[in-house]
Ligand binder design. Structure first.
Ligand code: 6PG
Length: 248
């Protein structure tokens, strides 16, 4: 039975990003003390960018033991890594170019490759190499940052997408019909195997879908399918995104 999620509402994206960066720092410290790698998966889109910039800033550069961090991507658009649409490009500019994270500790999704199935398989091999799950187990990330689209999608798991039904593969190509484009994405079993998942959701354009995702009938939106079986789920929201939610 999954625990009820933590819901935190902030007055804006700045404070939301600070809280998320602090949570990252806390989780990274726990792993450093345990002398275990801290494995984290980062989403693309616009909402997490200020968080990545904060983590890359001098404030957090010294507060995180970066050589102990292993960074992965939640999903990627099928474009070259220097394309303006590339999630890797955004993460590189916001975080990797400033944080003292060893280059080999960030694992890019090579979604530009023509053979998307092969690229997905190779990324799964990279997850296996670093996270070393027990045979038959899904890789267990320590922390996953997710976003949510106004259509209730998360990662590159879009409403009605076949990728939502994947139960064995760790990474798959996914077609985003609304965007008429392909993506590579971690699958639901991998996202739900994580120890800690944090949704970062901001902006009034998300308010209605967030209300439906949080308070509407189950199973209608991909974001509702994020239920870490042996982990915790948090929603970090700004006021405008949370404005239609029933308050406790
Ligand atoms: C992507 C993301 C995607 C994103 C949502 C929200 O590649 O676009 O990983 O799942 O999190 O689309 O995007 P915004 O943060 O830009 O609203």
């Amino acid at each position: 039975m999954t625990r009820s999620p933590e819901i935190r509402i902030f007055d804006g994206l700045e404070h939301l990003s600070w809280a998320a960066a602090t949570r990252f720092e806390e989780q990274a410290r726990v792993k450093a003390i345990e002398k275990k790698p801290f494995t984290v998966a980062l989403s693309g889109g616009s909402t997490p960018k200020p968080l990545y910039e904060l983590l890359g800033s001098p404030t957090f550069a010294g507060r995180v033991r970066w050589p102990n961090v292993q960074g992965f991507q939640v999903d990627e658009r099928c474009v070259p890594p220097d394309d303006p649409q590339s999630n890797y490009r955004m993460i590189r500019q916001a975080l990797l170019e400033s944080a003292p994270l060893p280059e080999e500790n960030f694992h890019r999704m090579a979604a530009e490759r023509p053979d998307r199935e092969q690229a997905a398989r190779e990324y799964a091999e990279e997850l296996a190499r670093v996270l070393r799950p027990a045979p038959g187990e899904f890789p267990r990330l320590d922390l996953v940052f997710l976003g949510m689209g106004a259509d209730g999608h998360t990662a590159s798991l879009f409403p009605g997408s076949q990728a939502l039904d994947e139960r064995t593969a760790w990474v798959v190509p996914a077609f985003a019909a609304r965007l008429n484009s392909f993506r590579l994405t971690l699958t639901l079993p991998v996202l739900n195997a994580a120890a800690h998942v944090i949704f970062l959701v901001a902006g009034a354009d998300k308010a209605e879908s967030l209300r439906q995702v949080r308070e509407g009938p189950e199973g209608r939106f991909p974001a509702q399918l994020i239920q870490p079986a042996r982990g915790s789920l948090s929603w970090f929201l700004d006021e405008s995104a949370a404005k239609k939610l029933k308050r406790q």
